[in-house]
Ligand binder design. Structure first.
Ligand code: NAP
Length: 321
């Protein structure tokens, strides 16, 4: 027997196939969007960062259900490519591209103004766009770039569109946080880029904690308006999210991810569940795992006093620009 022959031994091959099957089965949640009959004709949805990854799959599902879908993207060329693909695959031509750079509050305001002018209603807002592993950068408005993109931009966008959503109720806000929020800390100096260590996903983790805290506080504030706000962890998903990491990290991520991570389609499931499922009607201020189960977020995300303070700080930071 040659030394390498051991790898081709039937026992190894069979165990690898079995492991792959078990991982695939476990990757699937209990809720299947394809089996969910909810139709969205007459409903309008916005998905941020819809040109790739999880966001594109969420937009695809909403378009398939007949919604008017607005892809909120920062790149005209990447956005147009996704727009054409979604229209072609779903047969829904009521899908539109609107440009927004979430890391600039001025761009968020322009985008929201256009939406308020053009749209009569808004039933679903999915805050999906996000970045991870960005090197230290301060935007021209004075905010740390990851905080501006992942939290302050979506925070302002949600608040600017809130009245339209209230008048369209029932309506749902879904924010993509991450299980990584458990590793995050709250320090309000972070927003301006102070006290931060830019190493791997450390900054990202803080931003994802703020997503959860402020979504919970928003849910509390808009209780009984008919608008719900929930957060999700999409799972670990093979997307472009690690594009800013060093090559060696991307290689490991892609290798491990190939076997064990979700596809973008699978990663979209918990967000679609929160956006459309009938059983979540009226459910608000909750955090859902990638298999659509309701889970408790980290203790910091359950601290009501901290949430009030965080929301007020973000309101102050975003109201000036
Ligand atoms: N993938 C995972 O394992 C994972 C795990 C937990 C949570 N999440 C969360 O899931 C969400 C989607 O991530 P993904 O994995 O699909 O990542 P992705 O493939 O990198 O997609 C991110 C999307 O956000 C957009 N975006 C980034 N910066 C933006 C800005 N300044 N303005 C407007 N759009 C911007 C990107 O646009 P461009 O293409 O133009 O850059 C892209 O469309 C993120 O919030 C992420 O934190 C992902």
């Amino acid at each position: 027997m040659e030394p390498l022959d051991i790898f081709y031994h039937p026992v190894w091959v069979l165990s690898t196939v079995l492991l792959a099957v078990v991982v695939r089965v476990q990757r699937r949640g209990s809720w299947d969007p394809r089996a969910c009959p909810v139709q969205l004709r007459g409903k309008t949805a916005i998905v941020t960062g819809a040109n790739t990854g999880i966001g594109k799959m969420i937009a695809m599902d909403l378009a398939r259900r007949g919604a008017r879908v607005i892809l909120a993207c920062r790149s005209e060329s990447r956005g147009t490519k996704a727009l054409n693909e979604i229209r072609k695959k779903t047969g829904n031509n009521d899908v539109h591209l609107r440009l927004v750079d979430l890391c600039l509050l001025s761009s968020v305001r322009e985008f929201a103004e256009r939406i308020l002018k053009e749209e009569k209603a808004l039933h679903i807002l999915v805050n999906n766009a996000g970045v991870s592993g960005l090197p230290r950068q301060i935007t021209k408005e004075g905010f740390e770039a990851s905080f501006a993109t992942n939290h302050l931009g979506p925070f302002l966008l949600t608040n600017l569109l809130l009245d339209l959503m209230k008048s369209s109720a029932p309506a749902r806000i879904v924010t993509l946080s991450s299980a990584n929020h458990k590793l995050g800390k709250v320090d309000f100096a972070h927003f301006r880029g102070e006290n931060l260590v830019h190493h791997m996903d450390w900054v990202y983790n803080h931003t994802k904690l703020h997503n959860l805290i402020c979504t919970n506080e928003l849910a509390r504030r808009i209780q009984s308006t008919g608008v719900t706000a929930n957060s999700v962890h999409p799972g670990f998903v093979m997307t472009e999210v690690i594009r800013h990491y060093p090559l060696w990290v991307r290689c490991i991520f892609n290798l491990v991810g190939f076997f064990f991570f979700k596809s973008p389609e699978e990663g979209a499931v918990s967000s679609i569940y929160c956006a459309v499922s009938e059983e979540l009607e009226g459910v608000t201020g909750k955090y859902f795992d990638s298999d659509c189960s309701l889970v408790l977020p980290a203790p910091l995300a359950r601290d009501a006093a901290l949430a009030v303070k965080d929301f007020e700080v973000c309101e102050r930071l975003t109201s000036k620009l």
